[in-house]
Design a protein around this ligand. Structure first.
Ligand code: GLC
Length: 653
């Protein structure tokens, strides 16, 4: 507790003028000006480091002066609380992580889970041969064995404890850029694969370390973004100390622009930072915000799968949830309940014309709010936030179900829309011009009313009719869409199998932007050429999310079919990041090999299909209470029509 108080005191004393970038504060001995301030990096000292990760480690580059106009005293009490409780400057085998005080003041009992080192567990000797048999006694096939081996090789350790997996681990790749970092979003399938295997230590460490990174003050070009942001990725760096000693530090990537300054940037990877036409600062911030959404979703999954709810009950973890929720729920200039973001703010982290209210973000936002609602300890200080979360959930689902949904009938309606209506009961509320209904869509949309999908984006006079797979799948998983809509999305995928699955599941979006659209919308991005990468490429990592959606909707056979297809090629092709061409026949032009979320996505799909009961820990059912709230808000005549029955009949279920 004394430590906590000391850290709190230090954080309050932080200078508010120019500060050196965090990397210069790694070693107090070299930067005495900051000696008294807690480092944003956890660090530990090692005598002999002999890990495969070492050869990936970059030395920190020269200090770059950065400024902040945020007075340190404005730091909210909650932030100080999190900081003081969760920060550690030396790792001392993670004692800091284990001793953080839980909500009732009792130390959290460390989990007793099968550790990563217990790899031999579950192995059996059959006929003199060592065959790997998992808990259920099912023999893993050779491809799965390789996938597990690769996944374990991608594990990043910090102070001898596993903390995440690097994005790609191709030993022959001499320019990994930032693919050697632990991306928060990329780690999710790895985390689920480990959790479902009973190996929760890595996930717990990841959740707690990234939480620490969240609460630190950070600056991007003299601008301090809001508290509650998470880095898009982090890296464990090893710094030499005197003699043969080393210090390990966690280095979060809080600003892609910084990467651009300290190392030559392959514009193909980091065009968001080198392309002056793009507002890279906003993109940076939003990437972090989205990482925060995944963090909350993973925290819920951790509790559900391990049964260890003490982690989410800890004071620091509760504070983390609140900070992310507050940040996302903050009032802006917007008229919509959905989250307003700039381009490249999600899995598609480059310019692809998805600024505004893209579906993927809304589905993740909705899932994160549902997770927060379940996990938030409601008391006097959090009851308002809990109410705000519930109201926002109702509003988002109503808005998406009502306005993003299209099927053949709805498209025909839009095609015949009147425009320029000025009234509160306009049919064409967003003033969508019928010419936006492009010929590809009219050809593509199935005749059957049993097929439909949620459009990619919606804002005034703009409806992006492209099919974005992750947003649609995650709407099913989170019950953002209605049960009928959920089935209709899967029907559409089945009906359009050749377009959306083809040779490799799954297309990130359909169709690709071509010709002048590609020039104007992507800024002539050479990596996002038609049917490549984010612009209509095929991403095997999406397999696990598809599997989850299929299991939820009682259609595992659809997922089986997709997994079987992927299984035929992934190993032979060296687990690529993405595939190119209309039907996903070619390994992507600039695709990384041994991409971890491809490997982990495949493993997670396999595990889910084998243990469908696990899937129910990861999705959300329809929540009538949320629908009821919406009916009440919509109803002008007060409580009379506020009932679940009314909700059932009125809110598109
Ligand atoms: C690419 C993807 C992004 C992913 C990153 C690391 O930038 O677009 O979604 O997180 O690579 O794999």
């Amino acid at each position: 507790m004394m430590n906590a108080i000391a850290l709190l005191g230090n954080s309050m004393m932080r200078p508010s003028k120019c500060i050196l970038r965090a990397i210069t504060r790694l070693s107090p001995s070299r930067d005495t000006a900051f000696q008294s301030h807690p480092s944003p990096f956890s660090s530990c000292v090692n005598q002999n480091i002999n890990t495969p990760y070492l050869n990936r480690i970059n030395k920190p580059t020269n200090a770059v002066p950065f400024c902040t106009d945020r007075p340190s005293s404005v730091t909210a009490q909650a932030v100080s609380e999190a900081r003081s409780l969760s920060a550690s400057t030396t790792c001392a085998k993670d004692t800091a992580l284990n001793q953080i005080i839980a909500k009732n003041g009792v130390n959290v009992k460390p989990l007793n889970v099968e550790g990563l080192k217990g790899e031999k567990k579950g192995e059996e000797v059959i006929n003199g041969d060592e065959k790997i048999i998992d808990r259920e006694g099912i023999k893993r096939n050779e491809i799965e064995e390789e996938a597990w081996r690769l996944l374990r090789q991608s594990v990043v350790t910090y102070c001898d404890s596993p903390v995440g997996t690097m994005a790609a681990n191709d030993p022959t790749d001499t320019t990994p850029l930032n693919y050697d970092q632990v991306f928060i979003r990329d780690f999710i399938p790895s985390a689920l694969a480990f959790l479902m295997k009973g190996e929760s230590e890595i996930v717990r460490n990841f959740l707690l370390h990234t939480l620490q990174l969240q609460s630190w003050e950070k600056t991007v070009d003299c601008y301090s973004p809001g508290q509650g942001l998470m880095p898009a990725s982090f890296k464990v760096r090893t710094l030499p100390l005197e003699e043969s000693k080393f210090e390990e530090v966690l280095d979060p990537d809080f600003g892609e622009s910084a990467i651009g300054r300290v190392a030559p940037v392959d514009s193909a990877k980091n065009s968001v930072t080198v392309d002056p036409r793009i507002d890279s600062h906003s993109t940076v911030g939003l990437n972090r915000k989205i990482s925060g959404l995944w963090w909350i979703i993973l925290l819920r999954a951790y509790g559900k799968i391990t049964g260890d709810y003490s982690l989410q009950e800890r004071v620091d973890v509760q504070t983390g949830i609140k900070m992310i929720a507050n940040l996302c729920l903050a009032d802006g200039f917007d008229m919509f309940p959905t989250l307003l973001v700039t381009d490249g703010s999600c899995m598609i982290d480059r310019r692809m014309g998805i600024h505004g209210h893209p579906l993927e973000i809304q589905a993740l936002f909705y899932s994160a709010l549902r997770s927060s609602r379940e996990m938030l300890t409601v008391n006097e200080s959090s009851k308002n936030l809990a109410r705000t979360i519930s109201n926002r959930l109702s509003a988002i689902s109503f808005h998406i179900r009502e306005n993003y949904w299209v099927d053949k009938t709805k498209i025909n309606e839009i095609y015949r829309y009147k425009t320029e209506e000025y009234s509160t009961d306009a049919t064409n509320k967003f003033n969508i011009y019928p010419d936006q209904v492009s010929p590809w869509l009219m050809d593509w949309i199935p005749e059957s009313p049993r097929c439909g999908f949620l459009v990619g984006n919606l804002q005034p006079a703009h409806m992006d009719f492209r099919f974005f797979t992750l947003g649609n799948i995650w709407s099913i998983v989170s019950s953002l869409a209605t049960p009928r809509q959920n089935q209709a999305i899967l029907n559409l995928i089945e009906e359009k199998w050749d377009d959306l699955i083809g040779h490799m599941p799954l297309k990130i979006c359909y169709p690709a932007l071509e010709s002048s659209e590609w020039h104007i919308i992507t800024g002539s991005d050479p990596k996002n050429t038609p049917w490549s990468y984010h612009n209509g490429g095929s991403w095997p990592t999406l397999l696990w999310q598809f599997t989850l959606a299929c299991i939820k909707m009682g259609r595992p056979e659809l997922a089986e079919k997709a997994v079987t297809l992927a299984e035929k090629r992934l190993q032979a092709d060296k687990w690529p990041e993405y595939y190119d061409t209309r039907d996903g026949k070619f390994i992507g032009k600039k695709s990384r090999l041994y991409q971890t979320w491809t490997i982990a996505g495949f493993l997670t799909s396999k595990q889910l299909l084998r243990n469908p009961e696990m899937a129910s820990s990861l999705f959300w059912e329809e929540d009538l209470e949320l629908l009821e709230t919406c009916v009440c808000v919509l109803s002008n005549s007060g409580r009379k029509r506020c009932s679940r029955a009314a909700a059932k009949s009125q809110i598109l279920i």
